[in-house]
Design a protein around this ligand. Structure first.
Ligand code: SF4
Length: 257
């Protein structure tokens, strides 16, 4: 059932206020942990000596020290053109971690991910499922802005990944949502079209943390007809978080805290 508040936020998103059973219930068909584990996909990222060095360096860092380490990072060429690093924002105890690809111009200026019109849309989308921006944690794969907002290069994502991995290990979210093609393809190590990736449960590497994908808010601004699907993804996210909470599933994150 959609509440009055949610109706208001759905309207702000440009979505007519009706909700299909099939869009939500048909997605969640996995009923047992055994089936869940067989349904998910393990993802192994590319590796390099530089990445291993960063990984070793950050493996035991706490939240604050990790933030400082990222702020001073010069591991890839993006440090030369950034205004500042963008660590991420939100609740360090969040159930939901949202991951995008990289900071844009506004994010680089403000030091915060998902600001501007895309950020406002994301806030409205979260509100539609009863969450505030402060309830979740929002981060990017890359902590520095690629010039002219070009796609991240493989060597950049590879070097920056240990920071994200450490964030995940410290956050221990109940669910990760990758938003946008770049983040989804990188985190799932695939090139499957977004339309086919949506609506399924994967896992973040070998951590057991569930991962789903959805459209990037910036894409939704250009393609408002897809907002309904993004809303369906958020309903899936909400249901999966409830499922994980109720089942008391143990998250077996690889990295130690
Ligand atoms: S993008 Fe990541 S690896 Fe590259 S300089 Fe910024 S923080 Fe370091």
């Amino acid at each position: 059932m959609v509440s009055q508040n949610q109706l208001t936020y759905l309207k702000a998103m440009g979505i007519d206020a009706w909700q299909t059973r099939s869009s939500v219930e048909a997605i969640i068909t996995v009923e047992s942990e055994v089936e869940l584990q067989s349904a998910v996909q393990s993802i192994v990222p590319a590796s390099s000596n530089a990445t291993e060095a960063i990984k070793d360096d950050v493996a035991t860092l706490d939240w604050q020290t990790l933030q400082q380490r990222i702020a001073n990072c010069r591991a890839c060429g993006l440090h030369t053109s950034r205004i500042q690093t963008v660590f991420g924002v939100g609740n360090p105890q969040a159930d939901l971690l949202i991951i995008g690809e990289a900071p844009g111009a506004n994010e680089d200026k403000q030091g915060e991910p998902f600001v501007g019109r895309a950020g406002q849309l994301l806030n409205s989308m979260l509100a539609a499922i009863g969450l505030q921006r402060e309830d979740v944690f929002i981060a990017n794969i890359l902590k520095c802005r690629p010039p002219q907002n070009r796609d991240p290069k493989p060597e950049e994502t590879t070097k920056c990944t240990p920071y994200l991995d450490r964030q995940v290990a410290l956050l221990q979210p109940k669910l990760i949502m990758a938003v946008g093609r770049i983040a989804s393809h990188y985190l799932l190590q695939c090139s499957t079209p977004m339309g086919r990736l949506r609506g399924q449960r994967y896992q973040f590497r070998d951590t057991g943390i569930p991962l789903i994908v959805s459209y990037h808010p910036a894409y939704l601004l250009r393609s408002p007809q897809e907002k309904r699907k993004a809303y369906e993804d958020l309903i899936l996210a909400k249901n999966l978080i409830a499922e994980v909470t109720e089942a008391g599933l143990t998250i077996n994150a690889k990295a130690s805290q």
